[in-house]
Write a protein that binds this ligand. Structure first.
Ligand SMILES: [Zn+2]
Length: 469
């Protein structure tokens, strides 16, 4: 861990191509950023910043890119040890035979190791802040986030009803769910030097009573925190809501009816929403996390362009390892653009190559991400007074050469390998591709062991593929 003196030092990163993502979308071809402790104190042309902070420690970035750290707004950190357990299976097998047995057999230690492993992948892909989608053992997650040096909004997986739940989760009441989350809030909110915030979770509407929804809405309002919930993921979810809860369309229409749609709600996926529901989301200020890989895996095409046009704040998420396998927000940026360009090919007979251009995608991964996690007063762009959460991108590797359009290259060419250094809260957590906060090799070794034991304990059976001898 860095010493206090190192942490509080005045540092100037200069000679960088800075993409600030500030309200004016300023880009400095040869720029510098001064950081004091955990805060940005100057952003501008290199010469000006260097003149003003001549006694600072200098880091010459040699024309590399400097960007705000990415925000992953939907990731299941406790699912990382389950990567590969549910590929190429139908939705019911995915949930009932793989994910629920896996999650219900996790220990707090498994969750800690899983979050460490996930965090390593997040850091390599330039993420400095993430929103947990709702997982097992928040205390294990919090311990890992503190050690990794990341920023996070953590939430517990919350269900108080539903068919076929594992024994360990059945019979949990709405009151118990709320009480447990309030205790987690008391224990962990604002911990890790203010890098951890505790949110409320709702797994999905089919596993929630109305009482749970209303109590969650009220408790989150009382504590001034957010709610993360999977919303309108699959078509049958809407059919289920329409048939059991007496509403015309589906989840969003119902949530509006019970006054659950508020600006502190982060709705994951929101694939099956109609035009009226898109406007309801926009009107209420609900944020949407678009997870393109997971959507293609088993959900469908979300109307992302329509949501953005209507004024909905849409950000990007990876979802969990068993629904995506790659926890790289860099891959999600690339996929989000391609999927939304190609979406109209069947319905309108042609793709729209102008849909979701590179600057929109960068916005979704940075400032929209920060707005989605209710933290945009401190992160999401490189501006004076904000936290020093930023990443250094080396464009001189095979993947980004030659460089004709810097902004499009960051979306269409960049790979995780181009991200060489990551700073969170003014502290380098990865430098020159090496993670500085945890021992990557040791985490990988612990993860292999914990995962093997967990899969065995959960009794998860996977058929062998092809003719593996
Ligand atoms: Zn999810």
């Amino acid at each position: 861990m860095a010493s206090t003196t190192t942490y509080r030092r005045l540092l100037v990163l200069h000679n960088a191509f800075i993409v600030t993502m500030d309200p004016e979308s300023r880009v400095f071809r040869r720029g510098a950023i001064a950081v004091e402790g955990d805060t940005i104190v100057a952003v501008g042309p290199s010469d000006e910043v260097l003149d003003k902070f001549s006694s600072a420690q200098l880091v010459d970035l040699q024309s590399q890119f400097l960007l705000p750290g990415f925000v992953n707004t939907h990731v299941h950190t406790s699912q990382q040890l389950g990567r590969g357990i549910a590929d190429d299976v139908d939705l019911l097998t995915w949930l009932h035979r793989r994910i629920w047995p896996y999650e219900s057999n996790m220990t707090p230690h498994d969750s800690y190791i899983s979050t460490l492993l996930c965090g390593i992948e997040l850091i390599h892909s330039g993420v400095t802040c993430f929103a947990e989608a709702g997982g097992q053992h928040v205390s294990g997650m919090a311990r890992a986030v503190e050690e990794l040096g990341l920023r996070a909004c953590l939430a517990e997986s919350i269900m108080d009803s539903g068919e076929g739940l594992p024994v360990a989760w059945a019979n949990r009441t709405a009151q118990q769910c709320i009480q447990s989350q309030k205790e987690l809030y008391k224990k962990h909110n604002n911990s890790a030097e203010g890098r951890i915030r505790i949110w409320f979770g709702i797994r999905q509407i089919m596993n929630s009573t109305d009482l749970l929804l209303k109590e969650t809405r009220d408790a989150a309002k009382e504590l001034k925190t957010g709610i993360q919930m999977h919303v309108a993921e699959i078509a049958s979810e809407n059919q289920h809501v329409a048939s059991t809860r007496a509403v015309d369309h589906g989840t969003v229409a119902y949530l509006e009816k019970i006054k659950f749609l508020e600006d502190n709600l982060l709705a994951a996926h929101s694939v099956w929403v109609n035009e009226g529901e898109v406007h309801s989301l926009a009107k209420a200020g609900v944020k949407v996390s678009h997870c393109p890989a997971a959507a293609m895996h088993m959900l469908g095409f979300a109307p992302v362009r329509e949501m953005l046009d209507a004024g909905v704040c849409v950000s990007l998420g990876t979802d969990g390892a068993p629904s995506n396998n790659r926890m790289s927000i860099v891959d999600e940026m690339y996929l989000a653009s391609l999927i939304n360009k190609g979406r109209d090919a069947f319905s309108k007979g042609a793709c729209d190559p102008t849909a979701l251009p590179a600057e929109t995608i960068l916005k979704m991964a940075t400032i929209n991400g920060a707005k989605s996690v209710l933290w945009d007063n401190e992160i999401g762009s490189l501006e004076i007074g904000k936290k020093a959460d930023m990443i250094v991108v080396n464009p001189s590797l095979w993947s980004m050469v030659p460089l004709h359009d810097c902004i499009s290259s960051l979306v269409y060419c960049m790979r995780s390998e181009n991200i060489v250094s990551v700073m969170c809260d003014g502290r380098w957590i990865m430098k020159d591709n090496k993670i500085l906060t945890v021992d990557e090799k040791e985490v990988i070794s612990m993860a292999k062991q914990a995962s093997a034991e967990l899969i065995k304990r959960a009794g998860i059976q996977m058929p062998s593929r092809m003719n593996i001898l």
